[in-house]
Ligand binder design. Sequence first.
Ligand code: ZN
Length: 138
Amino acid sequence: MKSYRKELWFCTKNRVDFIHITEEVQRAVVESGIREGLCLVNAMHITASVFINDNEPGLHEDYKEWLEKLAPYTPSLYRHNHTGEDNGDAHLKRQVMGREVVVAITNGQLDLGPWERIFYGEFDGMRRKRVLIKIIGE
Ligand code: ZN
């Protein structure tokens, strides 16, 4: 069995941001040389997510509004911020949007559904953060 590891680094312009990363993940699959296997993609930070959904800007704005209703930024709302941080909301947003995705690799390609695309979700951005790609197979 072969394995391949790669990190993607991000520094978003906005505190909350979504970045389409399907092409970068597919590039890693090609670099790995693996034709049949599994590809794990996970955020390495507890205030960021990796998720799969539609590449449709309206939906992404809907996510942002919905998450802001669930967990508004307002620092005074969160016990976590008694530590001196201001990112209590970002930890909760990350939990809802998930840590990672696993995608099958078939014939050297990400085996995604017709509308499935992979995104990095940032909830406490404007600093360098990373995503891990780990691919196993043969
Ligand atoms: Zn925190």
